[in-house]
Design a protein around this ligand. Structure first.
Ligand SMILES: [Zn+2]
Ligand SMILES: [Zn+2]
Ligand SMILES: [Zn+2]
Length: 292
């Protein structure tokens, strides 16, 4: 029997708090309560490699649903039990499900863990390392990397309020497609400086990308009237679109993810959602998948 093709599946498209967010009665959260299709799990990806190895990127509090959704997308009968887990950083929504792998729930052992040293020490300090064995790299100081079953996962450092750990984007490369997963970064100027390019498009081209799963936390700076938005820095979608002004059909496909519950892109009928379509970008949907 032939192995299934390597596949990447989008398991969640929301910001850390998901949609609906706890304690919120905004229009987007209310709509998500009424209609499951409007809900967003916190962001997560599942990658099945050429040998059938299963690699989970981010462990969210929606882990039970996401492991089942991933199995359905891959045509498997039972929810996935991942062979490895990769984490971009240690903010709550990205690691909230990590405890589920331990004794109190799944009782896993020797799951490969691919994380930076600082993320590992956060997990260690919370006593969450027992189900895992780190398999990330052999030369200390370098960014984590994993190459398995014809898929390469390359961690790329990005600036993102490093209050609990450092933060990475992950380049996921197979024989057919090269996908950049960039759920969180502080601002384009710092990120571009760090990677040595002046425009996002130049950076994307230098990586040979076919797809980008891109931070779209906030539409613009007016979204959190009761909170200081400088405490939660992300480039706004408005800014991202203007920086992509020279976007053409030839470039990689840009898929917006990590939507905060306040983002008008949560409403498929909002003028902003239409604008995204016109700009040639798309909004991530749960269960979307591509062959790698
Ligand atoms: Zn996040
Ligand atoms: Zn809300
Ligand atoms: Zn974060």
């Amino acid at each position: 029997m032939n192995n299934p093709p390597p596949t990447l599946t989008l398991l969640g498209t929301g910001q850390d708090g998901g949609v609906p967010q706890a304690g919120c009665g905004c229009d987007n959260c209310s709509a998500a309560f009424e209609n499951a299709a409007r809900a967003r799990f916190p962001v997560s990806l599942g990658v099945q490699d050429l040998d059938g190895g299963m690699h989970l990127i981010e462990a969210t509090r929606a882990l039970p649903e996401q492991l089942r959704l991933w199995a359905n997308a891959c045509g498997l009968d039972n929810p996935v039990r991942p062979d490895s887990v990769l984490l971009t950083h240690a903010h709550l929504g990205h690691i909230e499900g990590i405890g589920q792998f331990g004794r109190e729930a799944m009782g896993c052992q020797n799951i490969g863990l691919v994380v930076s040293d600082s993320v590992a020490s956060v997990l260690q300090s919370r006593n969450l390392m027992q189900p895992f064995t780190r398999i990330d790299r052999n030369n200390s100081g370098a960014s984590p990397m994993l190459e398995q079953g014809g898929i390469r996962f390359e961690f790329i450092p990005v600036p993102h309020r490093d209050d609990s750990s450092d933060t990475h984007a992950i380049l996921i490369a197979g024989g057919k497609n090269r996908v950049l997963f960039l759920p969180d970064h502080d601002d384009w100027k710092q990120t571009l400086e760090l990677v040595g390019h002046s425009k996002p498009r130049e950076w994307f081209d230098s990586l040979g990308l076919t797809h980008i799963l891109l931070d779209a936390t906030f539409w613009n700076g007016d979204e959190l009237p009761s909170r200081d938005m400088t405490e939660v820095p992300h480039p706004t979608v408005e800014e991202t679109i203007s920086r992509l002004e020279d976007y053409t059909d030839e470039g990689p496909e840009i898929i917006l993810i990590h939507l905060n519950h306040t983002n008008p892109l949560n409403d498929p009928n909002s003028p902003q959602s239409r604008l995204i379509e016109v700009a040639g970008l798309s909004i991530g949907t749960r269960g979307w998948s591509i062959e790698l």
